[in-house]
Write a protein that binds this ligand. Structure first.
Ligand code: GLY
Ligand code: MN
Length: 464
């Protein structure tokens, strides 16, 4: 946990930005897997963590934006709780650890909310993403579940996303720590990668590393020779020489900060000429982005477009694209080779703050605009600032179903060399990902070590 002052200062800043009403920030509750006492691994809500710091279930934070007073609602453990889960400090003690002097049992939350609603005070809340939180907010505020979207606080969404986006020095230290978990996971996967190994064996091993070093994985690891499937959670394949293995994984450290990296490498430990050609194109785009990202750039629009242009140049050089890179990007041809955005925020969450919403707050409009601009779905469009952390994860994917669809529809005719593309049908996909911290005049890749990434580094590492 950070110091009580850190959380108190964040809450004070939030009040300054919101100004009026109450701010309701529910922590997460246990989420049952198959019966109430067998819950999924607990994951705290990241916004609750950011303002109240406590990584334990069934707490709710309320902040009065006018007085600045924060109340932590939660129940002291009973003997029954202690018997099953062990002792836990009293709520008053937990509150003191995060600078909150006013605590109350959960039974007092509903009356407090009812009183605020009766007084016509605005109760700000973020769009909830879990069933339990939806039901809680719905019952506290007397709003039907279907009304929650309409009444969410856009002011709070902006304030929280803008605050969480800019990482403080102490948060950056935590991200550096989370990197070390990712480093161990990725290098372990590289060491295990050889013909005959089942992808699942690697996935299980690296998940074990994340649990032994921290709080587990930051998302289910992607370990697959079918890298062309963007989020491929099927790891049943048996590794074969001649194919590429894509590993996209990260860990969560003891303070809930995360890492997210992708590496793609040959099972045999040696790239073929064709694999190397495509790999170098993706790596060039990755490196280009890591060179140009700086404060004030628009993420993703500018950054994403720069990655597309770099990839298109590369695809031109191997004859998969005709004409200029600009024309290929403008025509939307790159959405066939990389049908995802260049990256996302990194912080307490992988895809940091995406649960809070698109910055435009209307995903359908974002998607429509992106389709019109022939680029891709821009998850978020925001201006980078010193302290922003984002993933840089370009890729080239040969997705037979998508290629066939585009060809059948006559898309990108004259731009994409479909005949040559046929010879890449069973190539798979390559993605390379690191996490970037925006600095004063540019950016740097997070990490005190380097996960092998160049062809030479990967081949040398795998030959060991
Ligand atoms: N690394 C998983 C993702 O970016 O969605
Ligand atoms: Mn990622």
């Amino acid at each position: 946990m950070f110091s009580a002052n850190t959380y108190a200062a964040r809450r004070a800043e939030l009040c300054r930005r919101i100004g009026k009403g109450l701010i309701l920030l529910p922590g997460n509750m246990p989420s049952p897997n198959n019966y109430p006492n067998n819950a999924y691994y607990f994951r705290q809500d990241s916004t609750f963590l950011y303002f109240f710091g406590l990584n334990m279930p069934s707490f709710v934070g309320v902040i009065d934006a006018e007085t600045g007073e924060a109340t932590l609602y939660g129940d002291d453990f009973t003997v029954d709780d202690i018997i099953w889960t062990g002792p836990q400090p009293a709520v008053a003690e937990l509150g003191a650890q995060v600078g909150v002097s006013k605590t109350a049992p959960l039974s007092e939350l509903a009356p407090a909310m009812r009183k605020a609603v009766a007084m016509n005070r605005r109760v700000h809340y973020l769009p909830p993403y879990r069933g339990e939180s939806k039901m809680l907010i719905s019952s506290l505020l007397g709003l039907g579940i279907d009304m929650l979207h309409e009444h969410k606080s856009i002011d709070l969404m902006f304030a929280v996303a803008e605050m969480r986006e800019v990482k403080s020095d102490e948060e950056i230290e935590q991200l550096e720590d989370a990197f070390l978990i990712g480093y161990e996971m990725h290098t372990a996967a590289m060491k295990m990668c050889r013909e005959g190994v089942i992808e699942r064996e690697i996935a299980g091993h690296i998940e074990g590393i994340s649990k032994s070093m921290g709080l587990g994985v930051s998302f289910p690891p992607i370990v697959s020779q079918h890298g062309e499937t963007l989020h491929n959670l099927n790891s049943e394949g048996v590794l074969e020489n001649g194919r590429l293995l894509l590993v996209d994984c990260g860990g969560e450290n003891l303070m809930n900060y995360i890492s997210d990296h992708t590496r793609t490498y040959p099972v045999s430990g040696k790239f073929t000429t064709k694999q190397r050609e495509i790999y170098e194109i993706v790596l060039a785009a990755h490196d280009h982005i890591a060179k140009i990202v700086r404060p004030e750039m628009m993420y993703m629009t500018d950054v994403h477009r720069a990655a597309y242009l770099s990839l298109a140049e590369g695809l031109r050089s191997v004859g998969l694209i005709n004409g200029s890179a600009e024309d290929a990007v403008e025509a939307g041809a790159m959405t066939m080779f990389m049908p995802h955005g260049l990256g996302h925020g990194i912080g307490l969450d992988v895809h940091d703050c995406e649960n809070i919403g698109e910055r435009s707050f209307d995903f359908s409009q974002v998607a429509e605009r992106a389709a019109q601009s022939a680029t891709c779905i821009h998850r978020a469009t925001w201006r980078l600032r010193k302290g922003s952390v984002l993933s840089d994860e370009p890729g080239i994917y040969f997705i037979p179903a998508l290629i066939d669809k585009c060809r059948a529809e006559g898309k990108y005719a004259g731009i994409v060399n479909y005949d040559l593309l046929e010879s890449y049908r069973d190539f798979g996909g390559i993605r390379i990902e690191d996490d970037l911290l925006v600095t004063e005049g540019g950016c740097r890749i997070i990490g005190s070590k380097k996960i092998p990434v160049t062809v030479e580094e990967l081949e040398a590492f795998m030959a060991r």
